[in-house]
Design a protein around this ligand. Structure first.
Ligand code: SF4
Length: 323
């Protein structure tokens, strides 16, 4: 008998893609004989070299390209994103069974509509993605997200990073300016860290200028911002004792590698999208307006970030470096 063919539509943001990994792992456990593919934006395809569970990764550049990549090839689509476009994609590709969350005008395009349980929306997003598996049977409890660094990426990092203690700092946030703590405070924390470890600046291509500016202010800092693929980022973070970051995709990568994180949260939700594992520090201020989940501060003052002092972040770093 032919193996059932399942395509998992991955989320489009790095952090969400990492938080969706436990669902992929559990799917493999539930359907060991299935042929499982991950359909992902090309920029995130490299992430899936760091995980097991998928037989195939299908990168795409455009929505039509995604339809072509899966049309006629799969029996089941598991749609992790809640977007209308992902449901339309599976429908247009004529995948017979289409599992996803109801709502967003997409319910008519799905064969298996999973209701959005309000309790689930108040839990970590790992559970949110994982719940979709309930349409395929009784899933195991989700395991924490886990990444393994591929050998080529490990060699890449070994060539660029020195031996000895390293601490990574991620001063940018691809999603928007509201998620960014103040650059001068990152630089000051970086200078204090530099007395005890080499600082490695990381970030996406859009944050390369910011990374270079901050690296120039920290003695001995190594600037990798804008220069890493996802697996190379993972390889660099895996070499570090600590990761200091805004609430970003790399934060979830570090968590999935078991690297301790000091995460600075402003407008985002510390309940649904913190690093999943234990032992991390989340630094945030409880304000009436937070979490607003906006890309730029709608009130114009950005107080959620401005009221986090350099000393608070440094203390969380120092405590972890002392361990
Ligand atoms: S509205 Fe409040 S939570 Fe949102 S960015 Fe502004 S200060 Fe931060």
């Amino acid at each position: 008998m032919r193996a059932v063919r399942i395509v998992v539509k991955a989320p489009n943001w790095l952090g969400d893609a990492v938080m969706g990994l436990p669902a992929l792992r559990s799917l493999r456990a539930m359907r060991p004989g299935a042929r499982i593919a991950v359909l992902t934006k090309r920029g995130l395809a490299d992430l899936y070299r760091c995980v097991t569970g998928a037989d195939e990764v299908l990168p795409y550049d455009t929505w039509l390209g995604a339809v072509r990549a899966v049309r006629g090839r799969f029996d089941v689509a598991l749609l992790l994103p809640r977007s209308f476009s992902s449901a339309l994609l599976a429908f247009t590709a004529r995948i017979p069974r289409r599992i996803g969350y109801a709502g967003e005008g997409r319910s008519a395009l799905l064969t298996d509509r999973v209701p959005r349980d309000p309790d689930l929306l108040r839990r970590h997003r790992v559970y949110y993605y994982h719940r979709l598996l309930s349409r395929l049977g009784t899933p195991p409890d989700p395991e924490p997200p886990r990444l393994e660094v591929p050998e080529d990426a490990r060699s890449w990092a070994d060539e660029r990073l020195p031996r000895g203690p390293l601490v990574a700092v991620n001063p940018g946030a691809t999603y928007g300016a509201a998620k960014q703590w103040l650059p001068e405070r990152f630089a000051e924390v970086g200078r204090r860290i530099a007395a005890r470890a080499r600082v490695v600046i990381v970030g996406g291509p859009a944050e390369a200028a910011l990374g270079a500016r901050i690296a120039a202010e920290i003695p001995g800092a190594i600037d990798l911002s804008g220069r890493t693929s996802v697996s190379q980022l993972a390889a660099a973070l895996a070499r570090c004792r600590l990761f200091v970051t805004n609430d970003t995709g790399p934060m979830h990568v570090a968590d999935a590698l078991g690297v301790p994180v000091v995460a600075i949260f402003g407008p985002t939700d510390p309940v649904t999208t913190p690093p999943f594992g234990r032992g991390h520090a989340i630094i945030r201020k409880e304000l009436e307006c937070s979490p607003c989940l906006k890309r730029t501060c709608p009130l114009g003052h950005h107080r959620c970030m401005k009221s986090i002092a350099t000393d608070e972040v440094w203390e969380a770093c120092r405590e972890r470096l002392d361990r």
